[in-house]
Design a protein around this ligand. Structure first.
Ligand code: PRP
Length: 183
C-alpha cells in the first residue's frame, strides 16, 4: 500500500529491484578491482547512508568503513562551490585506498572538494562510486569511476536522497511532484 509520504512522488524512476541488481554489479566490479587490498569505504553523509549499507554488503572484501559529513555553504558563497565539513574523518587515511561512496554526483562541487581534501590527508588512491550521475548539471571536471545510473535533470528523492530532509527512507528512487517544492 502507498504511504502518505508517497503521495508526493510523481513517478518511480528506479525500482528497488533495479537498485539491488545494479548495486550487485558495482559490488562485483569493486571486488575485482580491489582484490588483495584492504580499501576504506568512505561514505559522504547524509545522502549516502542507504547506498553505503547495501554496497559494502555487495562487496565481500576485507575492508573498513568511514564517514564524512559535508554541506555546501547556504549563503552567498554557495555558487562558489565551497563546501563545509560538518563531521570530519575519525581516522588517519594516510596511504589508504579510498572508495568514496556518494548517492549523487550533480555539479561535482562536493566531490571535487573532497578529492583534494583526501589527497592532502595522504590518501594513496581515490575511487569514486556514485549511485546516481546527473552529467547535465556538471560544473566541475570530475567523474565517477563507477556510476550506478545516469539520471535526467529531475528532482529525485528516496534511497537516501532528500528534499528538506524528508523522503530519505523511501526504498526506491522517485521524482518529486513539482508542487511539493514550488514556492
Ligand atoms: C548532495 C549529495 C552530494 C551532493 C552532490 O548532498 O549527497 O553530496 O549533494 O551535489 P554536487 O555534485 O552538486 O556537489 P547534500 O548537500 O544535499 O547533503 P545530504 O547528503 O546531507 O543530503
Amino acid at each position: 500500500m502507498k504511504s502518505e509520504m508517497e503521495n508526493d512522488i510523481l513517478k518511480v524512476l528506479i525500482t528497488e529491484e533495479e537498485l539491488q541488481r545494479r548495486i550487485g554489479e558495482l559490488g562485483g566490479a569493486l571486488y575485482e578491482r580491489f582484490q588483495g587490498k584492504r580499501p576504506l569505504f568512505l561514505g559522504v553523509l547524509k545522502g549516502s547512508f542507504v547506498f553505503m549499507a547495501d554496497l559494502v554488503r555487495a562487496c565481500q572484501l576485507r575492508s573498513d568503513v568511514e564517514f564524512i559529513a559535508v554541506s555546501s555553504y547556504e549563503n552567498a558563497t554557495a555558487s562558489s562551490g565551497r563546501v563545509k565539513i560538518n563531521h570530519d574523518l575519525q581516522q588517519d587515511i594516510t596511504g589508504r585506498d579510498l572508495i568514496i561512496v556518494e548517492d549523487i554526483l550533480d555539479s561535482g562541487n562536493t566531490l571535487a572538494f573532497l578529492k583534494d581534501y583526501f589527497l592532502t590527508k595522504g590518501a594513496a588512491s581515490i575511487t569514486i562510486v556514485a549511485l546516481l550521475d546527473k552529467p547535465s548539471r556538471r560544473t566541475k571536471a570530475i567523474d565517477a569511476d563507477f556510476a550506478g545510473f545516469e539520471v535526467p535533470n529531475e528532482f529525485v528523492v528516496g534511497y537516501g536522497l532528500d528534499y528538506c530532509q524528508h523522503y530519505r527512507n523511501i526504498p526506491y528512487i522517485g521524482v518529486l511532484k513539482p508542487e511539493v517544492y514550488a514556492d
